[in-house]
Ligand binder design. Structure first.
Ligand SMILES: Nc1ncnc2c1ncn2[C@@H]1O[C@H](COP(=O)(O)OP(=O)(O)O)[C@@H](O)[C@H]1O
Ligand SMILES: [Mg+2]
Length: 211
């Protein structure tokens, strides 16, 4: 469960998020909708413990995250949070298989059966030995989805996951995300109204405020 209370965030002199409060229950499928520059990525980075909160409070599953040190945050990220980005963020020098296993560097439990099931259901078994640069955008995003799910996180944060894809691949990626979201919280950043309408709930962000 995500609880954000009176969150404000500034860069230099400009206020990017303005006194935001909301709750997302475990298992909800929520769209974060808003125009470019609205503060969506900043908010996602805070929720993913990638960026420190300046003003306000953030509880994740009842844990007050404000005071956690970097090590504790990294631990929570590895166990609980799967990230998917618009530009995939795959490492080009590693194979697809190595990319998917990257989050295992930081955990002791490695569920190979889960990995096999993931790559099968995402249709990327035949790509495992390739390098990311040899893949299409849609294939790269499917690899990124596998990587995000490898540690069986309780929440998935997807920042414009279809932003770099054509419509067909975008629909495919969204349906794969939906298929794999069982028992997980899924928060999807989008500026696409039709993607947002498929979610259980829409949080609308404009100029740093929820509207
Ligand atoms: N690291 C940063 N330094 C300075 N300004 C930033 C930084 N990151 C984001 N911003 C600014 O914060 C605002 C919101 O950005 P962002 O969260 O990326 O919005 P969105 O994802 O909705 O497009 C923009 O005006 C952007 O220029
Ligand atoms: Mg963004």
């Amino acid at each position: 469960m995500i609880e954000i209370k009176s969150l404000s965030q500034t860069f230099n002199t400009s206020t990017v998020l303005k006194d935001i409060s909301f709750t997302i229950n475990h298992g909800e499928y929520v769209a974060l909708l808003g125009p470019s520059g609205a503060g969506k990525s900043t908010l996602m980075n805070i929720l993913g413990l990638l960026q420190n909160i300046q003003y306000g409070d953030y509880w994740l599953d009842g844990q007050h995250t404000n005071k956690l040190n970097n090590n504790q945050k990294a631990n929570i990220r590895n166990k609980k949070i799967g990230f998917i980005f618009q530009q995939y963020h795959l490492l080009s020098e590693l194979s697809v298989y190595e990319n998917i296993k990257l989050p295992w560097q930081y955990t002791s439990e490695h569920d190979h059966t889960h990995l096999d099931e993931l790559v099968t259901s995402l249709g990327i078994v035949h790509l495992l030995k390739k390098k990311p640069t040899q893949l299409s955008g849609g294939e790269q995003q499917r690899v990124a989805i596998a990587r995000s799910l490898i540690n069986n996180p309780t929440m998935i944060l997807a920042d414009e996951p279809t932003g770099a894809l054509d419509e067909k691949n975008g629909i495919n990626v969204m349906s794969l995300l939906k298929k794999h979201r069982a028992n997980k919280t899924l928060l999807v950043v989008t500026h696409n109204q039709s993607i947002a309408e498929k979610c259980d709930r829409i949080i609308m962000l404009r100029d740093g405020s929820i509207v």
